[in-house]
Ligand binder design. Sequence first.
Ligand code: BEZ
Length: 211
Amino acid sequence: MAIQLGDIAPDFTQESTEGPINFHDWIGDSWCVLFSHPADYTPVCTTELGAAASLKGDFEKRHVKIIGLSVDPLSDHEAWSKDIEETQGTALNFPLLADADRRVSDLYGMIHPQADNTLTVRSVFIIDPKKKIRLTLTYPASTGRNFEEIMRVIDSLQLTDQHKLATPVNWTQGQDCIIVPAVSNEEAEKLFPAGFTEIKPYLRTTPQPSH
Ligand code: BEZ
């Protein structure tokens, strides 16, 4: 069965550009973004890995470790990473799993045979410090992902874990949030001293609490 939200992320040990990784130990008490790309030496993947590397500092600020994967051998990852640095202006600064034996791809359902029988699709898993799956995304090989969107989801998850809030369409840091329906108006007054706006009884907004 496909991995679902709330599942514990399957653990594994696999080779990477930063040595063998035991996944749960490597995550430690951080958040994690695990993402697959179809293949080394391919154009879209080259741009994605460069973009992800350039966002490392933003991920670290949020206590997030990132880790990529494809079914290529370690020797290819190492040689290709020089191209990423040369063409994207940022060296690879996070591990890439070398999943040539498909151990992790199979565990996470990253190969979709009707799309491609051998290569991984562009999967994304956001995993929290308790190792729970908090987001899954699947993109086709032809579409590079938007890592700012992945960051946006992390911001939302970390905010809504702390407060009885949800975030509306296209929300980004600093914008108004939605008070979850389980909170009464009386409780909302106590929880959100900045006040709230009742647009409908089920649609109430409040400024984002400071974080
Ligand atoms: C790419 O990363 O450019 C790519 C990989 C597999 C299929 C199509 C594009």
